[in-house]
Write a protein that binds this ligand. Structure first.
Ligand SMILES: *Cc1c(COP(=O)(O)O)cnc(C)c1O
Length: 400
């Protein structure tokens, strides 16, 4: 049995050519880029090249707009905390109900400990932001808006340019967590109003533990981490040279494979989705079918538990994920699906399949063969399935 990995929104396999690019920077070219000798200079040159590679993927025009971080989470924290310092007299944050915990748990903490007001904008059944509520929340006290470019669970893409434009009308900064978007859809920051953007290496076949915050030229920034003068004083600490160089190579590859992602990978995703819906009743796709990442499918199988589905899938060599997290013994369904008003009976059985350029047709064939008996078996054991109200089988927010 060949394992099938469909959990690429959780993390991706580091591309072997990324590892190859990184390797010389552990043993041979181990210098500290800040040193005044040849060992350091060699590394400094390589870091400069890596920066250019990442700039090219983002369409970032100017040098020094990229601040390397330890990953997406740090970039998100740095963006919001910086804005609260630079936007004097403003103490409100606007975000969405479907953000990653890297944003949601930070803003909840700020609300509790610093008296910051947080406006959490809801979404509709397809996961689309409530634009009217967003407009109403914006005001002279808004320090920063942080809305993700694409959702990690459903793949739904947000109209970040429009949202950034509206934020600027009130003098707010606009940040986007683009961890799931970078490398999957084209991004051009040269023609954009976005002030800050977070990304993470390991979500685009780069290494773990490296990410970046793009800070548009001219946007004031206060560092999260203070110390030495690295990153022009915006993120202290000796540069993670292998990580930065690996991320550069990963960015270069992402550009190369962008059209493959848009066409072949999207077609694999669509075939899986349609195949599952045809073969398995009382199931539906969540998210916005018209505006989604090409690699993500979130399918809700009603009246059963996502954890149980994943266990049986794992036995069949298939890796995917469910949105629910086991918190304090009670299984809570995903906050994203709850924000979309997906009924509990369906949100509990939602499975996220996330593809990458490494997936092949045979992967989809295997999943389509394995899933129907898994779902059937679990439903046979489910009291909810036996006692279901058949009328709710018609619930279908995506295609309704
Ligand atoms: C994975 C992810 C993060 C966190 O990135 P790390 O590099 O793992 O810290 C943040 N936001 C989104 C949307 C993600 O998918």
């Amino acid at each position: 049995m060949i394992p099938v990995y469909l959990d690429n929104n959780a993390t991706t396999r580091t591309d072997p050519s990324v590892v190859e690019a990184m390797l010389p920077f552990f043993v041979e070219q181990f210098g500290n880029a800040s040193s005044m000798h040849a060992f350091g200079a060699e590394v400094g040159t390589a870091l400069g090249k890596a920066r250019k590679q990442l700039q090219a993927l983002l369409g970032a025009e100017f040098d020094h707009e990229i601040v390397y971080t330890s990953g997406g989470t740090e970039a998100d924290n740095a963006a919001i905390l910086s804005a609260l310092e630079t936007q004097t007299g403003r103490d409100e944050i606007i975000t969405s109900a479907v953000e990653h915990p890297a944003i949601l748990s930070l803003v909840a903490h700020l609300e509790k400990t610093r008296g910051i007001t947080v406006h959490t904008i809801g979404v509709d059944a397809r996961g689309r932001l409530d634009i009217e509520a967003y407009r109403k929340a914006l005001g002279p006290k808004t320090a920063i808006v942080s809305i993700m470019w694409a959702n990690n669970e459903t793949g739904t893409i947000f109209p970040v340019e429009q949202l950034a434009g509206l934020a600027h009308e009130t003098g707010a900064l606009f940040h986007t967590d683009a961890v799931q978007a970078v490398g999957k859809i084209p991004i051009d920051l040269s023609a954009s109003e976005i002030d800050m953007l977070s990304l993470s290496g390991h979500k685009l076949h780069g290494p773990k533990g490296i990410g970046a915050l793009y800070v548009r030229k001219g946007v004031r920034f206060r560092p999260l981490i203070r110390g030495g003068h690295q990153e022009r004083g915006r993120r202290a600490g000796t540069e993670n040279a292998p990580g930065i160089i690996g991320l550069g190579r990963a960015a270069e590859l992402a550009l190369e494979y962008m059209s493959d992602e848009q066409t072949r990978v999207a077609a694999l995703r669509d075939r899986l989705e349609q195949g599952l819906l045809q073969r398995i009743g009382a199931s539906f796709v969540t998210g916005d079918p018209d505006n989604r990442l090409p690699n993500t499918a979130n399918v809700a199988f009603e009246y059963i538990e996502g954890e149980a589905i994943l266990l049986l899938m794992n036995r069949d060599g298939i890796a995917a994920s469910s949105g629910s997290a086991c918190t304090s013994g009670s299984l809570e369904p995903s906050h994203v699906l709850r924000a979309m008003n997906v009924p509990y009976t369906a949100a509990h059985g939602a499975i996220r399949f996330s593809f990458s350029r490494e997936n092949r047709d045979a992967d989809v064939d295997h999943v389509l063969e394995a899933m129907p008996p898994i779902i059937e078996k679990l439903r046979e054991m489910s009291p909810f399935w036996r006692e279901r109200d058949v009328r709710t089988d018609a619930f279908n927010p995506t295609y309704a």
